[in-house]
Design a protein around this ligand. Structure first.
Ligand SMILES: C[S@@+](CC[C@H](N)C(=O)[O-])C[C@H]1O[C@@H](n2cnc3c(N)ncnc32)[C@H](O)[C@@H]1O
Length: 262
């Protein structure tokens, strides 16, 4: 296990700055109605705070696997969330077939990850193949780029390519098509709006740098441009990020002949 001194400051900044994402994730956990003894996959588990909550809910007879391609976040998750029923692996959703071969899950949980994934349908298909016939998938993701962070990113990277190129935002209608196209049955889907407020410009910059895995570097922004941004968007010194996001529940489609699981 990594020593405390070797843990990545960027991963730690994500953990402490992602308060809104954590709150929304806890809401998704409540919707998932986790039961003792269940086997759960937390896809894109980040620094593992929600994964740890899932492990507490399934109890010692259950199993939770957290998967994330960011090795620094997984190191922090392993460092802070030890429990015998909880394991963390470094890996991307696109390699699910190889990473989770032979496993089956009662619940696939994924909080604010799908907007990083370009081929959502292929990943949903891979999740379908890992799902127990009576299992369910609970996903929450961002539908479109919040205007404030779009504008901030372009101060550091005018083309937006380096910072924003990794995102693959899609709204409710497209997500519904991917779910059905992957051989899953959409049980419910909601698109909502929410606002997360950063108490200072520094807090906003630190969170966005951490969320973009250090691709956004505030030191590359001209101070005068940053001051103009702050004057235009600061509300009493705080910075509200307005976001449109979706959450959905899906299960196996009966046509898949694996028992449905209504
Ligand atoms: C906004 S964070 C959410 C982390 C965690 N689920 C939470 O709620 O705090 C998005 C996570 O998705 C992960 N991610 C990005 N691309 C991914 C992929 N292709 N497969 C799996 N996870 C991915 C990132 O490394 C990051 O930790």
């Amino acid at each position: 296990m990594a020593s405390a001194a070797s843990l990545s400051p960027v991963a730690q900044a994500y953990r402490s700055g992602s308060v809104w994402q954590k709150g929304r994730g806890e809401h998704l956990i409540a919707l998932a109605r986790v039961r003792r003894g269940e086997r759960v996959l937390d896809l894109g588990c980040g620094t593992g705070g929600l994964t740890q909550q899932l492990a507490a809910l399934v109890g010692p007879e259950g199993r939770v696997l957290g998967l994330d391609p960011d090795a620094a976040r997984i190191a922090l998750a392993r460092h802070t969330a030890g429990a015998p029923n909880l394991a963390f692996h470094v890996g991307a959703a696109e390699r699910l077939g190889a990473l989770a071969r032979g496993r089956s899950f009662d619940l696939v949980f994924s909080n604010f990850v799908l907007h990083w994934i370009r081929d959502k349908r292929a990943v949903l298909r891979a999740l379908r193949d890992l799902l127990h016939p009576a299992g369910r998938i609970l996903v929450q993701c961002v539908s479109s780029l919040p205007a404030l962070v779009g504008e901030l990113s372009r101060l550091a990277d005018p083309s937006g390519e380096k910072i924003l190129g990794g995102f693959a935002f899609e709204g409710a209608a497209a997500l519904a098509r991917h779910v059905e196209g992957a051989g899953l049955r959409l049980i419910r889907l909601e698109e909502q709006q929410g606002t997360h407020v950063y108490p200072s410009l520094d807090a906003l910059l630190t969170w966005w740098q951490a969320t973009t895995h250090d691709r956004f570097d505030p030191r590359t922004i001209e101070p005068a441009a940053l001051s103009r941004f702050a004057a235009l968007h600061g509300e009493g010194g705080a910075f509200p990020v307005r976001e449109t996001f979706c959450w959905f529940e899906a299960r196996l489609a009966p046509a898949h002949g694996r028992g449905g699981g209504g």
